[in-house]
Design a protein around this ligand. Structure first.
Ligand SMILES: [Zn+2]
Length: 316
């Protein structure tokens, strides 16, 4: 809306309205990263030279001033002439795609609410489908991978769900339906109340894989909340406490004993992946789950998603 007499915005410097749903607009992105050189400079600062000029020179073995090499994607030590290539060892290294397009792809991944498909990336970037697919895969597997470094802690809800569809009518008996479910990979979900989410593919909801995965991802000083599925029973001595809600007796909430948070996550996961869900091969399932968890974990600070990707990309 524009009314006469209203203070005019500077049309050459549009500012994002505070009320806007967007956290990092395309115009802001393009201002920060107008071209390939700006992207290389960002990578250079992120990895080697926070001030843009001074980096530790491995040959001089001390901090030196560097300048941008004229015809190559590198920086040169003013003193000894050594080149440092900011893209070396990153996902950008072996790519013929321009760094600017890579940054734009990361921007799109970070700014879309539910992610972006390779097909959509192909259209946005004007690259081939094969290239878009490869970029998407690298961004997902390298930049959004959940390393599970820091175990979950506090109050942690845990639940599991089978992946890849429900039993259909063709499974006539309960035994057939159960067998169908058993043959599917299982997604184990662990979430801190008000905090971080971790999703893991496990081969089966039966057997030791389930409790082993919980122990590998949740701090022993945590209070865990599960339903009364038998595979959780061995966990009761491994944690500060284990509260069990008797789903099999139709109980869903008893004071603060419930698994509503993780069940809500599964609901959103299935809605969000519905289109892609059945097409995701088991091989890529974990990386899709990592992307979903990455978005969930960044939900309080969505504007930081692009810089998180950039920081991740800068690790070699
Ligand atoms: Zn040097």
């Amino acid at each position: 809306m524009y009314t006469v007499g209203m203070a005019a915005n500077d049309r050459n410097n549009p500012i994002r309205q505070q009320s806007s749903d967007s956290d990092y607009s395309l115009i802001e992105f393009m201002k920060n990263y107008p071209d390939d050189a700006a992207c290389l400079d960002a990578l250079w600062r992120e990895r080697f030279a926070p001030d843009g000029h001074t980096a530790d020179c491995p040959r001089c073995e001390k901090p030196r001033r560097f300048h941008r090499t004229k015809t190559r994607a590198s920086y040169t030590c003013d003193s000894c002439g050594l080149h440092i290539h900011p893209m070396k060892g990153t996902i950008f290294q072996k790519s013929t795609t321009s760094l600017h397009l890579w940054f734009y792809a990361m921007y799109l991944v970070a700014s879309t609410r539910c992610g972006i498909s390779a097909k959509q990336l192909e259209r946005e970037l004007g690259v081939t489908y094969k290239t878009a697919h490869r970029m998407m895969k690298l961004i997902r597997t390298d930049l959004m991978k959940d390393d599970g470094d820091e175990p979950l802690s506090g109050d942690v809800e845990i639940d599991e769900t089978s992946w890849g569809g429900r039993p259909r009518n063709k499974h006539r008996t309960r035994a057939e339906a159960a067998a169908f479910r058993e043959a599917k990979p299982t997604i184990l979900g662990m979430v801190e109340r008000g905090g971080r989410l971790r999703l893991r593919v496990i081969p089966s909801r039966r057997g030791p894989a389930l409790s082993r995965t919980v122990k590998a991802n949740v701090n022993p000083a945590s209070m865990i909340f599960t339903d009364d599925w038998q595979a959780y029973k061995p966990l009761r001595y491994d944690f500060l406490g284990h509260r069990v809600i008797n789903h099999s007796r139709g109980m869903y909430v008893d004071g603060d004993t419930h698994t509503n948070t993780i069940e809500g996550v599964f609901g959103n996961l299935k809605t969000g992946m519905r289109g892609a869900y059945k097409k995701v091969s088991p091989r890529y399932l974990q990386s899709y789950l990592d992307e979903f968890a990455w978005r969930y974990n960044a939900r309080h600070e969505p504007g930081a998603m692009f810089s998180q990707l950039l920081a991740r990309a800068s690790r070699s």
